[in-house]
Ligand binder design. Sequence first.
Ligand SMILES: [Zn+2]
Length: 459
Amino acid sequence: MQSAQNRPDLYSYVARNIVAPAWALWERSPYLNHLRYLEESQYRSLNEVQADQWTRLKAVLKHAYETTAFYRERFDSIGIRPDDIRTWQDFNALPVLSKDDIRNNIDTMLSSAVPREQLIQRKTSGSTGVSLAVYVDDASRQLKRACTIRHDRWADWNLGEVVACIWGNPEYKKSWRGHLRNAFLERAVYLDTLRMDEQAMLEFHRTVLRRKPTLFFGHAHSLYLFARFVERKGLEPPRPRGVISTAMVLHDFERAMIESVFGCPVTNRYGCEEASLLACECEVHDGLHINCDTIVLECLNGGGPVAPGEVGALVVTDLTNYGMPLIRYKVGDTGRMAMGPCSCGRSYPRLASLEGRIADYVRTPEGEYISGISLTENFAMDLAGIRQLQIVQRKIDYLLFRVVPGQGWSETDRKALARLVEKRFGTAMRHDVEYVDGIQNESSGKYRFCISELGGDQL
Ligand SMILES: [Zn+2]
């Protein structure tokens, strides 16, 4: 028998209506005002949304040209001034910004109009393991904070309610202010994904039964691992009203497991450290609404936009970050756009699906893409002796298999693996097997099925 879903506790009303406004006042943060605006405006027509987006875009282009050496030089080199950009087609003609562009020009990309002390550094682990730093100004951060809360509310959660986070490196632990804020306002309980052993998961399970979070939040795969743990151990399932999965591709088998164990829908979300929340599912769960209030998201192949339904590289323009403008930034992920409006009534266009981080794909020597997750699944299924597997593509014709051998692993499996490599990739692909005790989560807490170390443009 399934028990009822958790109700918000009494304190959540206090946190929302008293603590949050008082704290915002003390911090001098306008995020609650932003939130009110974003809540009220989320059902505008597509024309209104796009007109607003265009106004913000024009402003950020002008700002980038006038206050950063990098964009001024970039625009000048192709003979374009911000005033020349009058249509979306004009905008599409601007050059795409790569991770290398950012790495090589970080100083000239910072705006001279925003004081350095107002900038906050954001670091990503990067698709090839090389980290990338960007800077975000505080005004942008406050607006994005409001956006995130609006989208959290789409998962049937409300500000002030307890959240269970399955996430690496909890932020709040870094300062006493963070501890205080977490205790009285953010109310998050954590399962640190850098340590997801049995004892940690049992402790976390006890905590969530006691604290009754209305929302679970975490990486797709970590949420899946915890749900599977609860099921396999026959533990009493937690009963949140919603689950938000983010930071990595959510696979159908993961969604199905999480929904069946927790008894509520999973809301898929897509974001990146550089520009925060990019797109999020609504209550209908039919694609991810693009967060047009803070970004422009393009889906490109061969330089031009792709038709709905076709896979393209995702390119983001941040409409709010005046400290370090990001214009047409290639995030390193691929996706497909959805067609037509969503039945929820919001007009924000949608991503039909996220196809995966580009690095989560392996390439054959002929240049064909194979999804890393499918590949690991396929190998793990055919080789019964494998407990866990990670595939690292070092070169276009060289793969490294990190294998955690199970009890039944034998030389026969080793030979079967070689046959599978040949069948999938042809005789030109070389490979090695490295035996390991376990496969580590990355420092961000994400678990990678597959790592591509191939550089350069992959799409
Ligand atoms: Zn919708």
